[in-house]
Design a protein around this ligand. Structure first.
Ligand code: FMN
Length: 169
């Protein structure tokens, strides 16, 4: 794309594929946000997780407004952020699916808020929903951290970059 085309885009409308492609150059870690739903555990793969504030301890993540899993997490009022390890790309794919059986063959323990802590994750952060802000087609979910733990400080994390899973060496 030429400089001129890029200028034209900002003057009019940003092409969604171009938006995704450019943003895909920013690497993220991969988390699964879980909660205890009405009919069993629920989970969703989230790359938009970030720390927000140290005092009070706040974190945030951004689900699409029409996510069924987010609606269930919101109802519960609490969630656990599971930071995935390098060998959990299968779990990321599973929790990014739309099936009802996301937790089939997934090992977990109940954390202190009741939300599942996934086995093999690098770290867990158990949170209560502090605030929800609308932002375009997504919500910004701010969570107050209640408990947090590193499960395996040696395990390399899972990274998502330009549409591929990677890790750090
Ligand atoms: C690596 C990765 C990161 C993702 N990050 C987000 C994210 O930050 N926000 C979001 O809404 N969806 C994200 N997704 C997509 C959701 O996981 C996916 O749409 C999921 O199926 C929604 O679940 P639901 O249909 O049960 O609500 C990501 C998917 C992958 C594979």
């Amino acid at each position: 794309m030429t400089e001129r085309e890029t200028e034209n885009e900002t003057e009019h409308e940003i092409d969604q594929r171009h938006f995704r492609d450019v943003l895909g150059h920013f690497p993220t870690g991969v988390t699964v946000v879980t909660s205890s739903g009405q009919e069993g555990p629920v989970g969703i793969t989230i790359g938009s997780f970030t720390s927000v504030s140290l005092d009070p301890p706040l974190v945030a993540w951004l689900p699409t407004r029409d996510s069924g899993t987010w609606a269930q997490i919101r109802e519960q009022g609490h969630f656990c952020v599971n930071v995935l390890a390098h060998d959990q790309d299968w779990l990321s794919n599973k929790m990014a699916g739309t099936g009802d059986d996301k937790f089939a063959e997934v090992e977990f323990e109940e954390g202190p808020t009741g939300a599942p802590r996934l086995k093999g994750a690098v770290a867990w952060l158990d949170c209560e929903i502090e605030a929800v802000h609308e932002a375009g087609d997504h919500d910004i979910v701010v969570g107050r951290v209640k408990h947090l733990e590193v499960a395996d400080s040696e395990a390399p994390p899972l990274i998502f970059h330009r549409g591929k899973y990677r890790t750090v060496s």
